[in-house]
Design a protein. Structure first.
Length: 265
């Protein structure tokens, strides 16, 4: 397993130790560089890590300590390989942890183990929290999408109903206009037919009146002719009667009376 987090932690610790020495209190006593022990052989391997020989000007020593810590961690965590894998997946049992803690570990290894467990627990907590937040975010996003979809569907339904209503109103208006035009046309036709009927009736009446007038005129003419003929016949008859009477009537004597120069003679 990678030891870069430990390197970072150690570097921070070294810097803390190197800069945390107050001025005026002297320096740590210099000691010979620690011997490189077989770090996997005994628990004394933590001595070099706990010794205050770290100094910012002695990088070789620091590198040796870093290498030692990596070796310690690898040895300490070598037995935790299965435990760490199961711990990452959240399936390791409490009995395994107790069994591991009962091993003969140095204080430094116990500290590393406890720190690793805390770090992993913190990572698991953060991961669970982030997972929960991600789930909440996804749920919120889904709710927003559903709300947006419903809003779009409602808007589409509203637009469709509005278009249907407008089309229905337009069709009803057009139908009403057509009915009004048809009614007006029928009224016009009926009025025209009525006027034509009245005209025909008037024309027939005028024709009948003309015929009656002509008939009366003809009758009057015939009556006038008959009266004239009757008068003529009557006058002729009276003349003939007078003429017959004149023939048989004695003639009167003649008396010669006259006036000459104003005097009767």
């Amino acid at each position: 397993m990678s030891c870069s987090p430990i390197l970072k932690t150690l570097s921070e610790a070294v810097c803390t130790h190197s800069h945390s020495t107050p001025r005026g209190q002297g320096r740590f006593e210099r000691k010979p560089p620690p011997k490189i022990h077989n770090l996997s052989a005994s628990g004394d391997s933590t001595y070099s890590l706990l010794s205050p020989v770290f100094h910012r000007n002695k990088m070789p020593c620091i590198l040796l300590c870093v290498s030692a810590i990596c070796s310690i961690k690898q040895r300490a965590l070598g037995d935790l390989a299965i435990f760490n894998a199961d711990l990452e997946n959240g399936r390791q049992s409490h009995a395994d942890e107790i069994s591991l803690e009962n091993r003969n570990l140095t204080p430094w290894e116990s500290w590393l183990l406890d720190k690793e467990k805390k770090a992993r627990n913190e990572l698991q907590r953060k991961f669970a929290e982030e997972l929960k937040q991600e789930e909440e975010r996804q749920k919120e996003q889904q709710r927003k999408e559903i709300k947006k979809t419903l809003a779009e569907e409602n808007h589409k339904e509203w637009v469709r109903k509005k278009q249907d209503l407008e089309r229905k109103v337009k069709e009803e208006k057009l139908e009403k206009e057509l009915q009004e035009k048809a009614s007006e046309e029928q009224k016009r036709i009926r009025a025209q037919e009525k006027n034509q009927a009245k005209y025909r009736e008037w024309l027939q009446k005028k024709k009948e009146e003309e015929q009656e007038r002509k008939k009366k005129e003809q009758e009057q003419e015939e009556n006038s002719k008959a009266e004239q003929l009757e008068k003529k016949e009557k006058a002729k008859k009276m003349f003939e009667e007078w003429l017959e009477q004149a023939k048989i009537k004695p003639r009167p004597t003649l008396h010669s009376y006259g006036y000459v120069n104003g005097k009767l003679t």
